[in-house]
Design a protein around this ligand. Structure first.
Ligand code: ADP
Ligand code: TRP
Length: 329
């Protein structure tokens, strides 16, 4: 069975973009692939989170992953820092990663621009740590958003470089995993392109009904269609994109007809959209609370996940160290 791996940084809550763009597919993939899903707590240290918040942010994402349907009996679900082999491989790979190529990475340049006061070398070698996450399990596929494509390319470069420098084939080159239905972009409702944490326009799995309703009712619209069957402007198309994700096809059809004959009332559309988002997220929210408060369950899940991940990681690391020339006395 081929191996799929994905990580997410432990900052904040999961939003509908994370859910429909990634998590919902992960839930399906668990049945067909050897899946490794983890929370990248080491990566989140680049922004220096406060020690009092650090553990809780990992616990939040873990609870949300589980509540959304990841099944720890079907996949390896673990915390990055529980796998010391990742950090060890990171050291080995760092010797093969050149300063210039790291500095040319788009995500690094963005971060430097946005936070010129915190350009730490963890940020510079962020893609190397990500390569270690992936290569330590010799993953075949990684589902990544557009912003992570370049990191995956760096992972392939490092895999090739390692294999060729040490004359071995320890690391396969991971490919980007394409979901059957093609990549989807969950839009924000503020007219600003995609929904995202840093965009500040997230509707979160953990939002309550009132918050969701308020966020949807505030969505940017226009003054309405003036001609029948006209093309929808982006902000209206965004509402329909979300509607298609959460509502019955007949509901989408109903509002489409209303758009086409110019009788659409955005207030009605938004109310329906908010109600249908709630139908998807509120049951998940309830589970998040239950899981978050079940320390025994979370302990079991993370211990089992760690054991599965370490078994795979230590086997790879042994091969890599042997290739580099390490020998025991
Ligand atoms: P954010 O943009 O909020 O920081 P992340 O980069 O942590 O989100 O997202 C993790 C994964 O969630 C991405 O790799 C991508 O697969 C998915 N994702 C995030 N936002 C969206 C979106 N608006 N539409 C589709 N998928 C998304
Ligand atoms: N860098 C990824 C992000 O910001 C998170 C991540 C860390 C990751 N390690 C990974 C994703 C390995 C895929 C594979 O979204």
């Amino acid at each position: 069975m081929e191996t799929v791996l994905s990580g997410i940084r432990s900052t904040g809550h999961l939003h509908l973009g994370n859910y429909f763009g990634a998590l919902r597919n992960f839930v399906k993939m668990q049945n067909d692939y050897n899946c490794f899903f983890f929370i990248a707590d080491l990566h989140s240290l680049t922004t220096h989170p406060h020690p009092d918040d650090f553990h809780a942010s990992v616990k939040i994402i873990l609870s949300e992953y589980l509540a959304a349907g990841l099944d720890p009996d079907k996949c390896a679900l673990f915390i990055q820092s529980d796998i010391p082999e990742v950090s060890e491989l990171y050291v080995l790979l760092n010797m093969l990663a050149y300063k210039g190529e790291m500095e040319r990475t788009a995500s690094f340049k963005d971060k430097v621009r946005l936070n010129p006061e915190n350009v730490n070398t963890g940020l510079l070698t962020y893609p190397v740590l990500m390569a270690a996450d992936i290569l330590v399990h010799r993953a075949n596929y990684v589902p990544v958003g557009k912003d992570q494509e370049q990191h995956l390319e760096i992972t392939r470069v490092l895999a090739r470089r390692f294999n060729s420098m040490y004359g071995c084939d320890v690391f396969p080159e991971p490919q980007s995993f394409k979901f059957g239905s093609g990549p989807i972009k969950v839009p924000g409702l503020d007219g600003n392109g995609k929904m995202g944490k840093s965009e500040g326009n997230g509707i979160y799995l953990y939002d309550d009904e009132q918050t969701i309703t308020k966020k949807v009712m505030r969505a940017v619209t226009d003054s309405g269609p003036t001609e029948p069957n006209s093309e929808k402007p982006v902000v209206i198309e965004n509402l329909f994109t979300l509607l298609k994700l959460v509502s019955e096809p007949s509901t989408v059809e109903y509002f489409n007809e209303k758009w086409n004959d110019c009788s659409i009332r955005y207030g009605d559309l938004k109310k329906q959209l908010a109600a249908d988002i709630c139908k998807v997220t509120l049951p998940i929210r309830e589970k998040i609370d239950a899981i978050y408060n079940d320390d025994a369950y979370l302990h079991r899940v993370t211990s089992e996940g760690r054991d599965k991940a370490r078994a795979s990681a230590s086997a790879t690391l042994a091969l890599a160290k042997k290739a580099v020339g390490f020998r025991t006395f």
